[in-house]
Design a protein around this ligand. Structure first.
Ligand SMILES: NC(=O)c1ccc[n+]([C@@H]2O[C@H](COP(=O)([O-])OP(=O)(O)OC[C@H]3O[C@@H](n4cnc5c(N)ncnc54)[C@H](OP(=O)(O)O)[C@@H]3O)[C@@H](O)[C@H]2O)c1
Length: 257
């Protein structure tokens, strides 16, 4: 694809995207690759990851995989070290891997609360801290956290998810103010309802599906590909002075009454 200006050009940048073996993460990786980045896709299953890396490579993009569990701190650090050893620097990191667990709050098991917070918040802290150390040593970079429309607003049965995502918004701001002086920008993308595997049960639940469509001013679910542009913007020269920002991509759902 021809790019008219260098505003959104990611040529020469190496970007790690966690949770990129499907859904929003893969769409963000594909969009960054289409704008010239070398993308490193992450997920836990090496076989699924290899398929997605092969698909990008077959389309002529620079793509590779790093399979690890984001809740494994040592594995995360080892992967970052391998990326920097291979390519000299890490320019971008997208902390996107996330899990959902739906149970009414009075029945919500503590172990599941911890697991959701560990994946959706603590792992993003570890990735952000370790990525930022390496970026600081090579002149800066950009970090994006995938948060959610949920957090500032809530709905029943997802208390751990909402708590973790709201925490990740706060962490985004905390890291942005501390890392700006090192040339590192930290932002978040807040999707609304996106038609991915995470939401298969909701899409198949006709009353819920009708509620999403009726409640979203744009009248539909987002497609994963519609999150790619936000990632490219925040990674690219177009976003060079954007930091500490939470970018909603939700068809205006979060501002509708
Ligand atoms: N879909 C939505 O409507 C929506 C809305 C707001 C925010 N979000 C957020 O957007 C992000 C992506 O969601 P999605 O809908 O694309 O989800 P998805 O289709 O379920 O994909 C999740 C991805 O994360 C990976 N993953 C999960 N746990 C992991 C772990 N411990 N370590 C490494 N990788 C892990 C999965 O691969 P493996 O299972 O193979 O590891 C997969 O690649 C999440 O943070 C989610 O909370 C989604």
């Amino acid at each position: 694809m021809a790019i008219a200006t260098t505003l959104f050009d990611l040529t020469g940048r190496t970007i790690l995207i966690t949770g990129a073996s499907r859904g929003i993460g893969f769409a963000m990786a594909k969009a960054c690759a289409e704008h010239g980045a070398r993308v490193v896709l992450n997920g836990r299953d090496p076989a699924t990851l290899a398929e997605k890396v092969d698909a990008l490579a077959a389309a002529g993009h620079a793509a590779e995989g790093e399979a690890f569990d984001v809740t494994d701190e040592a594995a995360t650090i080892a992967a970052l070290d391998r990326i920097v050893a291979r390519h000299g620097a890490l320019h971008g990191a997208i902390a996107n891997a996330g899990v959902q667990h739906r149970v009414p709050v009075l029945d919500f098991p503590t172990a599941d609360f911890r697991r959701v917070v560990e994946t959706n918040l603590t792992a993003c802290f570890v990735l952000g801290r370790e990525a930022a150390k390496r970026m600081a040593a090579t002149g800066g970079g950009a970090i994006i956290n995938t948060v959610s429309m949920l957090g500032p607003i809530a709905r029943p049965t997802v208390p751990a998810y909402i708590a973790a995502k709201e925490g990740l918004r706060a962490l985004t701001r905390a890291m942005a103010v501390e890392l700006g002086a090192k040339g590192i920008r930290v932002n978040a993308i807040a999707p609304g309802y996106v038609a991915t595997e995470m939401n298969t049960a909701l899409i198949e639940n006709e009353p819920f599906n009708a509620w999403v469509i009726g409640r979203t001013p744009m009248g539909r679910w987002a497609q994963p590909e519609e999150l790619g542009g936000a990632a490219v913007f925040l990674m690219s020269p177009a976003g060079a002075f954007v930091s500490g920002h939470i970018l909603s991509v939700d068809g205006a759902m979060s501002v509708a009454v």
